[in-house]
Design a protein around this ligand. Structure first.
Ligand SMILES: [Ca+2]
Length: 113
């Protein structure tokens, strides 16, 4: 019985922790664009630790705008689309998105630089 309760508990946790498929695809594209990047968590593009629709941070919004210019696939970002915003400073902290990714800081959080 105890094992069953633990199993259901884990299912509940995992069920909540799995982000939308677009987020997973975009995480894969981000890792392809920046192999070895330390900046790879949900908070790279989302405000929350678990990526949800509608909670994009400044970097996520910049990527969303870049996506709108190339609507071949409605949601999934390509590595090229991710790299298209690397010269920008999405969070306005004075450091480019590319430099933040290279440094392992968060390009969508002005408090991280
Ligand atoms: Ca920045």
């Amino acid at each position: 019985m105890r094992t069953l309760i633990i199993a259901f508990g884990m299912m509940a946790v995992l069920g909540r922790a799995v982000p939308a498929s677009a987020t997973l695809d975009n995480t894969k594209s981000f890792k392809q664009a920046y192999p070895g990047a330390k900046t790879t968590g949900c908070k790279t593009c989302h405000q929350g630790a678990i990526g949800k629709k509608g909670d994009l941070n400044a970097y996520g919004l910049a990527l969303q705008q870049a996506k709108a210019k190339t609507p071949a696939d409605a949601k999934k970002l390509t590595p090229a689309e991710i790299k298209a915003v690397e010269a920008q400073d999405a969070d306005g902290d004075g450091i480019s998105n590319a430099a933040e990714v290279a440094a392992g800081t968060n390009p969508g959080d002005p408090a991280s630089k």
